[in-house]
Write a protein that binds this ligand. Structure first.
Ligand SMILES: [Fe+2]
Length: 258
């Protein structure tokens, strides 16, 4: 794909640390919290003889959970070396990384020790200033994604979620017969057709911050809006190997123990 062939031997594994009790996570993280709550500062996660520390920044289930972990800067700095310049007029570019870059990236993702992640869908989403991606659900049945903010230079890019009920009158791209004129790749996602954002109020909106991880509910309609920004935004996004079977709440349980 033309990405620089950057190897990562200089990155020391952050997983070679002590083993702690397997049940520590659920004790520390505690029960479900309401949207926007800020839990205690850390949850020690023990994963297959490795340890990392997740710190939940904001649990806004069922829309998203913002969190961070030790070593996230190693991950985002590595991804920065893979970023490509803008290509063409379209303001959004989806770059799927190839091996060995994929392995370098996943080595630095704690979740890859907790759940199987797709190696052919380790992607950088590069959103240019002024770009708006309209309401959709990911894939045909992708329930959640793991996102990591690689480049966020301002607070202008807003992600919003909407209810099925609110959008029930729209046709979805999966409802139409594919043709050469389709704006979206047939079967690739569930796009809201003839979407009019001005007529809807989001259930929830979020502005991602630098060097954060986001458990993202892609099974709810959502859009993102970088139209008021003068900066490019880059996000690393990962998928479960069985994306139709594992929902947001399942992923939360796997990651955080609740
Ligand atoms: Fe999406």
């Amino acid at each position: 794909m033309g990405a620089p062939d950057v190897q990562g031997p200089e990155y020391v594994s952050i997983w070679k640390v002590i083993l702690v009790g397997l049940d520590t996570a659920s004790k520390t993280v505690g029960p479900y919290r309401g949207c926007g709550s800020i839990p205690p500062p850390s949850a020690i996660m023990s994963i297959n003889n490795y340890m990392t520390t997740y710190r939940i920044i904001e649990d806004c289930s069922p829309y998203y959970i913002r969190y961070t972990f030790d070593g996230i800067e190693n991950l985002t700095n590595l991804c920065k070396t893979y970023i490509l310049p803008k290509k063409g007029e379209f303001g959004f570019r989806h770059l799927r990384l190839e091996r060995p870059l994929v392995d370098n990236v996943l080595d630095l993702v704690p979740a890859s020790k907790q759940m199987p992640l797709q190696k052919d869908r380790v992607s950088l989403f590069m959103t240019e200033p002024g770009f708006y991606y309209s309401a959709h659900k990911d894939g045909m049945d992708h329930r959640f994604s793991l996102n990591f903010t690689v480049t966020v230079l301002d607070d202008k890019c807003v992600t919003s979620w909407y209810s099925d009920e609110d959008l029930k009158t729209y046709k979805i791209s999966t409802d139409i017969i594919p043709s050469a004129n389709n704006l979206y790749v047939p079967g690739a996602s569930r796009e809201v057709l003839e979407w009019d954002k001005s007529k809807h109020t989001p259930l929830k909106s979020m502005v991602a911050k630098p060097n954060e991880a986001i458990l993202f509910n892609t099974e709810l309609f959502h859009d993102w809006d970088n139209r008021t920004s003068t900066n490019r935004r880059v996000v690393l996004t990962l998928r479960h190997q069985n994306p139709g079977a594992v929902y947001f709440e399942d992923a939360r349980k796997i990651l955080f123990g609740y």
